[in-house]
Design a protein around this ligand. Structure first.
Ligand SMILES: Nc1ncnc2c1ncn2[C@@H]1O[C@H](COP(=O)(O)OP(=O)(O)OP(=O)(O)O)[C@@H](O)[C@H]1O
Ligand SMILES: [Mg+2]
Length: 236
């Protein structure tokens, strides 16, 4: 069964349609990547799955259960967690306080101490910096903190919007290693990445989004060798 199943998804902003109906299936414990040009609707897709934007038509299911009627908060409780583009941390709060903001719903709150330990195990750097204001962290550390906050919500599906944006190449590698590690912990990951080569190499399945539709999809490795992808996204 798919962890995430999107069917004929239509959504947009106000009355402006952006997503024009497409299907997307990601199996449990897989890494999926959505790629596409600026403005293709990648962020919009994640917002619709998270419930920040309404589903106008179509269906979204998590592990076989419809979630498109749920509020954003209910979706987080169900295990749908979005780490937004630009991290969106509270700069004047400490690393630990930012992490704890991820564990507000009852199930996450009950497991908070244990989850925090796991997060610090994945991100030893955050443990070193736990009392430091998030605004003073480097870009890579801020991304770690944002992902850590997402993990504090106990996701079944973790969506990462441009996790490597603006980071130095060596940190980008660290972030991708962390994505792999998170999958090993049993979490399904759906990521949007402008770093297409890296993202495809890492992912089990990938979708190319163009103007609010899936143009084509395939296994990540397969897509790396696809002429259309190589031309449009890998500059070859
Ligand atoms: N808050 C908003 N209100 C109205 N239109 C928006 C809003 N945010 C995005 N859009 C429009 O929706 C379309 C899709 O945007 P989206 O942010 O999903 O693209 P994207 O694929 O994530 O692009 P990028 O690579 O630039 O992040 C674009 O035409 C954009 O102008
Ligand atoms: Mg975007």
């Amino acid at each position: 069964m798919s962890m995430l199943a999107i069917r004929d998804l239509h959504s947009g902003y106000g009355d402006v349609p952006i997503l024009h109906g497409f299907d997307l299936d990601i199996e449990e414990r897989m890494i999926g990547a959505v790629v596409g040009a600026n403005g293709a609707g990648k962020t919009t897709t994640m917002r619709a799955v998270a419930g920040i934007l309404p589903t106008w038509r179509g269906e979204i299911s998590l592990a076989g259960e419809r979630i498109d009627g749920l509020t954003p908060r209910q979706r987080v409780e169900a295990g749908v967690v979005l780490v937004p583009e630009g991290r969106k941390l509270f700069p004047s709060m400490t690393v630990r306080e930012n992490l704890e903001l991820g564990s507000l719903h009852p199930r996450a709150k009950a497991a908070r101490a244990q989850t925090l330990e796991q997060v610090f195990d994945i991100f030893p750097r955050l443990l070193e910096r736990e009392g430091q204001k998030a605004g003073t962290l480097s870009g890579g550390e801020q991304q770690m903190c944002a992902i850590g906050r997402g993990l504090m919500s106990l996701p079944r599906l973790l969506m990462l919007d441009e996790p490597s944006l603006g980071l130095a190449p060596i940190i980008v590698q660290t972030i991708f290693d962390i994505v792999r590690r998170i999958r090993e912990e049993g979490v399904t990951v759906l990521m949007v990445e402008q770093n297409v080569r890296h993202a495809l190499a890492l992912s089990d399945r990938a979708w190319v989004l163009e103007q609010g539709r899936v143009e084509f999809e395939g296994a990540g490795q397969e897509m790396l060798n696809d002429d259309r992808v190589r031309k449009a996204y890998l500059g070859m």
